[in-house]
Design a protein around this ligand. Structure first.
Ligand SMILES: NC(=O)c1ccc[n+]([C@@H]2O[C@H](COP(=O)([O-])OP(=O)(O)OC[C@H]3O[C@@H](n4cnc5c(N)ncnc54)[C@H](O)[C@@H]3O)[C@@H](O)[C@H]2O)c1
Length: 283
């Protein structure tokens, strides 16, 4: 019997073709979990070019992959900016499968528009980063926590945070603040949910080769007469030069850590924030 057999896992931000969410979904499914996938419907203008070329259909494509692994899958479109949609998402997940055991908060606001000094940062951009990266995680934990407590069988919650959850950087105030807050949220939830054997942990990746769309890279490519792929390749090479283990992370590296924290073996770990960055930072 696989280690997650009989469990149901919900993963946000799960539609990217090379994203962490998809990697987590496939890893948990390969270990026996049935899967609820969610993402927002995005206009083609802010999708990675590779996804458009491949005819990638976000969570619908990932759902087919999960089913090919022999697991059941429920894809649910949900805009994490809308609290009512989040509540309905969690209810649909629990009703469809009859229970909910694992929650992975992986979605984040599309990057790029926040890369300005605080003195130039639009309030709307700040609010959007806090809403998608932090408030949505609060709401999924709130509603999934209620269900897990009622079930009485424990649970696992993992937030995908970032290196940016532990160290500030210039021109990243909205992202960094939203990701610092995720760690605080996880610590509070861990203490409150511990009596119910529900663990809450965070993972803190360094740069990942997730091929995510980034408004900043798109603008850079246009300004330099390059493709977004060429700009990405330059970025990946420059990251690798500064990582002691000599490469950028792949989404699967992060998924492996999430899967461990979601497993029964991790039952005595809660409130922690684990780095996964090839050795770039230690705290
Ligand atoms: N990529 C990196 O270099 C990196 C580094 C450190 C941490 N992380 C973290 O890892 C996680 C995954 O990163 P990634 O690069 O795979 O993700 P990504 O940037 O591709 O975005 C994740 C998903 O969030 C979804 N999303 C955006 N707005 C949404 C909304 N309003 N409602 C619902 N979903 C929405 C996107 O559609 C996307 O599928 C994120 O939490 C990110 O902060 C990434």
């Amino acid at each position: 019997m696989s280690s997650l057999s009989g469990k149901v896992a919900l993963i946000t931000g799960a539609g990217g073709m090379k994203g962490v969410g998809r990697a987590v979904a496939l890893k948990l499914a390969s270990q026996g979990a049935d899967i609820v996938l969610t993402d927002v419907r995005r206009p083609s203008g802010n999708l990675p070019a590779q996804e458009i070329k491949a005819g990638w259909k976000s969570i619908e494509s990932v759902a087919r992959e999960v089913e090919l692994l022999g697991r059941k899958c429920l894809p649910v479109w949900c805009d994490l900016l809308v609290g009512e949609q989040i509540q309905s998402l969690i209810q649909q997940a629990a009703t469809h499968f009859g229970h909910l055991d694992i929650l992975v908060n992986n979605a984040r606001a599309i990057m790029g528009e926040e890369r300005v000094p605080i003195t130039e940062l639009a309030e709307e951009v700040w609010q959007r980063f806090l809403a998608i990266n932090t408030t949505a995680a609060f709401l999924t934990i709130k509603y999934a926590g209620q269900i897990m407590i009622k079930q009485g069988t424990g649970g696992r919650i993992v937030n995908v945070a970032s290196e940016a959850s532990k160290r500030g950087r210039p021109r990243m105030a909205a992202y960094v603040s939203s990701k610092f807050a995720l760690i605080g949220l996880a610590q509070c939830a861990a203490l409150e949910l511990a009596p119910h054997r529900i663990t809450v942990n965070s993972v803190c990746p360094g740069s990942i080769n997730s091929d995510r769309f980034n408004y900043g890279e798109a603008a850079d490519a246009a300004a330099r007469g390059m493709t977004i792929e060429q700009v990405r390749a330059e970025y990946i090479a420059s990251v690798a030069r500064n990582v002691p283990l000599g490469r950028i992370a792949e989404s699967e590296d992060v998924a492996n850590l999430v899967a461990f924290l979601a497993s029964d073996e991790a039952n005595f770990i809660t409130g922690q924030a684990y780095n996964i960055n090839g050795g770039t930072t230690f705290h």
